[in-house]
Write a protein that binds this ligand. Structure first.
Ligand SMILES: NC(=O)c1ccc[n+]([C@@H]2O[C@H](COP(=O)([O-])OP(=O)(O)OC[C@H]3O[C@@H](n4cnc5c(N)ncnc54)[C@H](O)[C@@H]3O)[C@@H](O)[C@H]2O)c1
Length: 285
């Protein structure tokens, strides 16, 4: 989809981080927006930012829990009613849990899978009939580098992100030669609130508490801003890219995993955060 001007994009998880940055950057492209989240205050803030950025862009807000199939079905219906069309769905909402698979409750596991996997499935399937009505349309599903390799105490997230990749790549094959393009996005570390918002029980490095984990993430792991991530994703949509890698770290880790499939898993599986990382984050080792 080369030109996004006057198209309509629906974005889940748009109250913060990558979702908000996507809304702002799509505004610059002249794209109308139907943004959703469970966080109504944050969503309103995003809508206000969109309106003050560009007057002739239409933005509607929708309170949607992506883990709830009926709410996602209604969201698609509401978007059509409000905008008369929808060309792009970006299934972006996501959460994190830090815990071992052994100690994790089923309730927490199901909570994450509901948002990070089922939310993506519902968003893709419920919007599909409406996307088919357009000359050109696009489904964008946000996976992660954790859809390529895993790390400990991050099991539900890795499970969901690998599944998002499988779901999205299959969907792309099924929709090949149709008007609907499909992208699977693999961001590396992006500076957002995701770590601060995590359900945190224990990191793989047990010396790290929740506050330190959030600091470590923003200071030593997340090297790309949400704004830059959004620009890369939008460039990928415009080029109809099936696979969108976000950030230099994503490319490096993808290649390391290809070249050393077993060795890289071992490296990513270490249970103590590297000293240089803690030092950069200002955390005592
Ligand atoms: N930040 C990173 O380093 C990174 C890396 C790879 C992938 N991702 C993925 O990018 C996506 C966006 O994450 P982010 O980093 O911007 O995080 P964020 O925490 O800043 O934003 C996530 C948004 O999702 C919303 N959300 C949470 N539960 C929801 C639900 N049930 N229904 C609807 N919305 C809900 C939150 O309210 C929030 O606004 C996620 O899918 C995440 O897994 C992020």
């Amino acid at each position: 989809m080369k030109n996004l001007n006057n198209k309509v994009a629906a974005i889940t998880g748009a109250a913060s981080g990558i979702g908000r940055a996507l809304a702002l950057n799509l505004t610059d492209e002249g794209c109308h927006l139907a943004i959703s989240d469970i966080n109504e205050a944050g969503l309103q803030e995003t809508a206000d930012m969109v309106r003050s950025r560009r007057k002739n862009v239409r933005v509607t807000t929708h309170k949607v829990d992506t883990a709830d199939r009926e709410q996602v079905r209604r969201y698609a219906e509401e978007v059509m009613k409000a905008h008369g069309a929808v060309h792009i769905i970006i299934n972006n909402a996501g959460v994190v849990i830090a815990e071992t698979l052994e100690d994790l409750s089923y309730e927490d596991f199901e909570w994450l899978m509901g948002i990070n996997l089922w939310g993506v499935v519902y968003g893709s399937k419920e919007f599909l009939p409406y996307l088919k009505q357009q000359d050109c349309a696009h489904i964008v599903n946000i996976s992660s580098v954790n859809g390529i390799f895993t790390n400990p105490n991050n099991g539900p997230y890795c499970t969901a992100k690998f599944a998002v990749r499988g779901f999205t790549e299959t969907l792309a094959q099924e929709l090949a030669d149709t008007n609907i393009k499909v992208s699977c996005v693999h961001p590396g570390g992006i500076k957002t609130n995701i770590a601060a918002n995590a359900r945190f029980y224990k990191a793989s490095d047990e010396s790290i508490n929740k506050e330190d984990a959030a600091v470590l993430f923003t200071r030593a792991i997340a090297g790309t801003t949400a704004d830059k991530a959004a620009k890369i994703i939008i460039a990928g949509i415009k080029k109809d890219k099936l696979r969108i890698m976000v950030g230099p770290d994503a490319y490096v880790m993808d290649w390391l995993k290809r070249l050393f499939p077993v060795g890289f898993q071992k490296l990513a599986g270490r249970k103590t955060a590297p000293r240089w990382m803690k030092k950069r984050a200002g955390i005592q080792s």
